[in-house]
Ligand binder design. Sequence first.
Ligand code: KIV
Length: 299
Amino acid sequence: MSYIPASDKAKITAPALQARKGGEPIVALTAYDYPSARLVDEAGVDLLLVGDSVANVMLGYESTIPVTLDEMLLVSRAVRRAVSTALVVGDLPFGTYHESVEQAIRSSIRFVKEGGVEAVKLEGGRKRAAIVRAIVDAEIPVLGHIGLTPQSVHRLGGYRVQGKTIDAARALIDDALALEEAGAFAVVLEAVPAEIARLVTKRLAIPTIGIGAGPYCDGQILVYTDLIGLSFGHTPKFVRQYADAKSLIAGAIGRYAADVRSRAFPNEAESYAVAEGVSDRLLEIDGEDVNASVDERTA
Ligand code: KIV
């Protein structure tokens, strides 16, 4: 099974990204299928996350909770076939690492073997540290994720900014240090005040990758559909939309529908012609009963 399209750029690895701490900012983005992954990789993005946000933005679920590992594997295989340079990270879905260390290792190994990812991401800090250590011991790099962790939406009571009080900020720093200690190669900080993200970034020897965490992180990540303007529903204030794909696509579909209805599509250049001399023969059979058998029509 060969996943690697030809490219002259060096493949980005987890240790290589870890070594970027404090250097050139890490550019990370999600992708969910072959076309989006091709575009993300060819744009030179460093880390491509097969995010469990696929649940909301591509599969129409209300949260990330329902998406299964099998669904993530289908998506990650398509992504992996498209990527030649970026580090591909698979997002462990809810319920695939919460039961036990053994379950977490099994899920991560499936993600790597069947999904082709090169690292996994999981949500949570100190309480997931033993799991992070075990997955790293199974030779799989781990990207941590703290702050607003969407898989905890029911416990948190909504999607809220985290780490706003002094106690919450201390807890966030402890979570980040626990992930580093457990062997994570980098940590995603989601929806935390910029000042707290700056503090965490300063305290860690591994990179922080922010999403709604201000400008002081070692890198930034966004959801692909938010960036290109293809998300439906609420878009968080931290998103910068760089294109309006929704309008572009809706306009194209509208023009196509109008052309079909007015018979402007397809035109001659968009249609196939018969071989030379066949047109005249077609005139002969024009008017014949098209439901008659070939024998009846050629008799
Ligand atoms: O699934 C996701 O999109 C994420 C974000 C950190 C980008 O986890």
